[in-house]
Design a protein around this ligand. Structure first.
Ligand code: FMN
Length: 340
């Protein structure tokens, strides 16, 4: 099956089927904010902007890699990128591996940069594919297409294991990441796609020179869920439906690396989830499935509304906890485990 057809299948399944975790949650519901009845703040003076990849963005939010490399991706990526440009938030493209096969759908990636010239745009490639790339010039070509501010390298062992055409040789992945990081000018963001990053893995990545990770933990999109709908024999995929480290737990494990920039994604579904992720140590938040669904159902306008709402929710949490800045959400006692 061509990569393009696979991309198309993933979109169709994610849009039409129930593909989120069944029994496992992101873990954010276990945390709550302590309400402050005397915030001593002017809501209108609260600033949630931040700097990401050397560019000022209006909020610590990005649309993480979703699609590219098939006909359907063009319209989706255009709507997402236009909304991200208007809202001044970062945006990623889906895996650019398809460009190794042909340049037929190159516009489905390029449209992201042409529609969002003013925000960080992040390229994307699989770690398993990185191993077989002979020269990193090929990766440079991928970043050039979208004038990328960074490239995301995704770790997806579960998905590769479940895909009939999966790339299951992960030997040498860490070494390839280390080499790429040493030879590339732009930052590398190592990300999972919904199973989380443990403390041990974060440590290995840190020692390999990586300073940006996106934990993409369990609790949102389940790739075992998506793959289960692509197969005749569904048992194996179904048995891994709830596999992974919940996002809140993954965040707790990786936050101790002081100069590691952490994006929290995987089940972030509101500005209140964003606030909890930041309180637990994230520098940036990301989401995929809700943006994909909104892009298809209500286009750029719907996305603008949704991103606006998430920003207002985040601002609201800052106001109601007496926090002038997003970092102030990390003060002791502001975000507490619900049963404490
Ligand atoms: C349809 C779909 C396609 C995706 N494709 C990619 C991809 O090509 N590369 C990647 O790094 N992540 C990909 N992801 C994973 C997301 O970037 C994200 O890490 C994951 O879905 C968890 O976030 P969520 O719970 O908000 O969806 C994809 C997600 C979806 C829903």
């Amino acid at each position: 099956m061509s990569i393009s057809q696979r991309k198309k299948d993933h979109l169709k399944i994610a849009l039409q089927k129930k593909v989120e975790f069944f029994n496992k949650t992101s873990g954010f519901e276990k945390y709550d904010f302590t309400h402050c009845a005397v915030p001593e703040l002017d809501l209108n003076s609260i600033d949630i902007s931040t700097v990401f990849l050397n560019k000022k963005v209006s909020a610590p939010l990005m649309v993480t890699g979703i699609t590219g490399g098939c006909r359907e991706a063009l319209k989706i990526n255009k709507a997402i990128a236009e909304a991200c440009s208007e809202q001044l938030i970062a945006v990623g493209v889906g895996s650019e591996r398809q460009l190794f096969e042909s340049s037929e759908f190159i516009e489905s990636y390029r449209i992201v940069r042409t529609s969002a010239p003013n925000v960080p745009v992040i390229g994307n490639i699989g770690a398993a594919q990185l191993v077989s790339v002979k020269s990193f010039d090929k990766i440079k070509n991928l970043t050039d297409v979208i004038e990328a501010d960074a490239i995301a390298v995704h770790l997806n062992p579960l998905q590769e294991m479940l895909q009939p055409e999966g790339d299951v040789n992960f030997k040498g992945v860490l070494n390839s990441i280390e080499k790429l990081s040493a030879q590339t000018d732009i930052p590398i963001i190592v990300k999972e796609i919904g199973c989380g990053i443990s403390k041990q893995v974060a440590e290995k990545l840190y020692n390999a020179g990586i300073r940006y990770i996106d934990i993409a933990g369990a609790g949102g999109t389940s790739w075992a869920g998506i793959e289960s709908f692509r197969q005749k024999e569904r048992e194996l995929a179904l048995s891994f439906l709830d596999w992974g480290i919940p996002t809140a737990e993954s965040l707790r494990q990786v936050r101790q690396f002081k100069d590691l920039h952490i994006t929290a994604s995987g089940g972030i579904r509101s500005g209140i989830d964003m606030a909890k992720a930041i309180a637990l140590g994230a520098d940036m938040c990301g989401a995929a499935l809700p943006f994909l669904k909104t892009a298809v159902q209500s286009g750029r306008c719907g996305l603008n509304k949704m991103i606006g709402l998430w920003k207002d929710q985040l601002k609201g949490v800052l106001f109601l906890t007496g926090s002038q800045s997003i970092k102030m959400l990390r003060r002791p006692g502001v975000c507490v485990k619900s049963n404490e």
